[in-house]
Design a binder for this molecule. Sequence first.
Ligand code: ADP
Ligand code: ZN
Length: 210
Amino acid sequence: MKIILLGAPGSGKGTLAKKISKDFDIPQISTGDLFRAIVKEDSELASKVREIMQSGGLVPDEVTIEIVKERIAKDDCKKGFILDGFPRTVNQAKALEGISQIDTVILVDLANEIIIDRLSARRTCPNCGEIYSVQDNPENVCKKCNSPLIQRDDDKPETIRHRLEVYEQNTSPLINFYSDRIFKVSSAGSPEETYSPVKTFLSEMEGKVE
Ligand code: ADP
Ligand code: ZN
């Protein structure tokens, strides 16, 4: 099954992707994670991407498309995959059409005010990537690997607003682009409440596509 997750930054795409990945045994491909790995390298591309991410802007389409293309070609994607954070522009979506046939697009829906609250409270483990909120983890230490948690630079309030604007401008047109394949779910509830209808939908769909 080939799945795209669509939704604003902070809407809960990543959390949902992890659950789908585990239950349906397909890899989660997060372009944000791929870029965060690239940024750690010492190269011209790394410093360029670093600057863009810190501002909350988008990495150029050519770079992004190439990276996704390479990732999708790997063996673990034969059975399918979940794209989390890609495509983010209509241009990227058009390029993807030439690379792979997507079965379904899940739109994760959440009001901007809740997104801002959640992202401001988000803390990330720099070591293993686990995500927490300050309320649930006031100790500020990763429960999996004991590393002190950090706040991502782009989870600071000024950058969050800009990322939401970038989403509104570049990514929300994708809702029209994929209108024939969209399954919409609200993520206002708990992660389990968000996942439940998605799981039912995907289980039914799995029988049809394979
Ligand atoms: P979030 O969804 O929480 O905003 P991500 O981890 O998905 O964050 O992405 C972080 C940053 O990586 C984005 O703000 C952007 O700069 C870059 N990025 C991720 N995916 C893409 C993409 N498909 N196209 C362009 N830039 C991207
Ligand atoms: Zn950790």
